[in-house]
Design a protein around this ligand. Sequence first.
Ligand code: KIV
Ligand code: ZN
Length: 496
Amino acid sequence: MTNKLPKDIRFLDTTLRDGEQTPGVALLTKDKLLIAHKLDTLGVKIIETGSAITSEGEREAIRAVANEGLNAEICSYCRVRQEDIDFALECDVDSIHLVVPVSDLHIEIKLKKTYTEVLQMIRDIVKYAKDKGLVVELSGEDASRANLEFLKEVYAVGIKAGADRICFCDTVGLLVPKKTSEIFEELANTFDVPIAIHCHDDFGFATANTLAALEAGATQAHVTVNGIGERAGNTSLEEVVMSLEKIYEYNTGIVLKDIYSTSRLVSRLTGIPVAPNKAIVGGNAFTHEAGIHIHGLIADTSTYEPMKPEIIGRQRKIVLGKHTGKSSVILALKELDLDVSDEQLNEIVARIKELGDKGKHVTDADFEVVAETVLGVVSEPKVKLQQFTVVSGNKVTPTASVILEINGNKIVVKSSVGDGPVDAVIGALRKGIAGVADIRLEEYHVDAITGGTDALVEVWVKLNRDGKVITARGARTDIIMASVEAVLEGINRLMK
Ligand code: KIV
Ligand code: ZN
């Protein structure tokens, strides 16, 4: 695709500042360090690490990141106040993201100042920060609702006082791509310092607006991992990077194979799950079920994938359900090393569809049971549960013990403590089979199928044994029983 993109697009990642403003998120210093390292390895050029004025804890985190010797420029958010700059200086940052409200709404309601007073504040504070040796990026907050002539005056005054870069903030996500292009063409024709775009996703346009700005003269994009941020979030790093790489055929310099692991790390440390249908990093982004798609994928993966999952460090996933066709079943049988006749194949497909029609998520274990039943090769489970006990309460550490029969003769008794009763019993099961197999729990989900405290609970697990991954399910009215059932089912499937 031909494009008008600048030669060198830089990313300012604000996962640790705007991303941390996601309701409910508070990162510890060690978390910020882990994320900052990951962003640095990814190739992000500027890391906005927080807002130094916020608290002593925040300053400790920013200082720790600034003193890690990362390649990226380390930046603190600052308001147009001297105390903010002084706190940023205490944290040894390279640069400040100096934010000034620019819309009439913000100036009147928040700042209670006149245009003239705002311009004077900018002159004074930019000069103060530059005299202290800081790189200054001057941002207009709520710029998309500002008077464009005043906004240009803000930038002009700031640049004259020494600002190194300017940034346009679409604070409440009101831009659309066409308007963004017009504004950025105007700014790029007026100023010759680097210009950044900072978008929010209130109407779902953050990525589109960011790309439009980059095509119209912006040279820097503010982004967050997984698009986390205030309200509907910020522009997502992975969406902009992969759009540039795949659609515009533009080399961003980002280490693409680390994109998915970065997304997982941020999700884990912030506690913000990624929606399954989220572009690029969502659980379903490379998952296929429909028979017709699998047929195409087997011939050529580009039929139903815009990019190969391996590029961003992911793997393709084929799931079975009511849309399953013969192609997916043949693929799944191949993995189990099972040969079937045409008649058996048709029977397996029919039974999988039947399960799917009942609204069931067909797990790997379900598939194996169906296939083995149709082929008449049902095998004895290697691990049988004879008994388990769980103790839990407000004054005791959750503890579980299990008695297992392994391979039909060996009796193993093991116990474990855990964060809760389910964690304890899963720990005991894993200990029980430790001499025979090392199995890791990768995912655990619970769904209440019916309402009320006596609801039928469905537990779905993903287990990993030496790289072989399997999904299994347990369904009971008792969540601990359902968990034991799911894990045991998975263990037995992995030990075959
Ligand atoms: O969205 C925004 O306007 C911001 C500024 C505070 C920079 O995050
Ligand atoms: Zn923002």
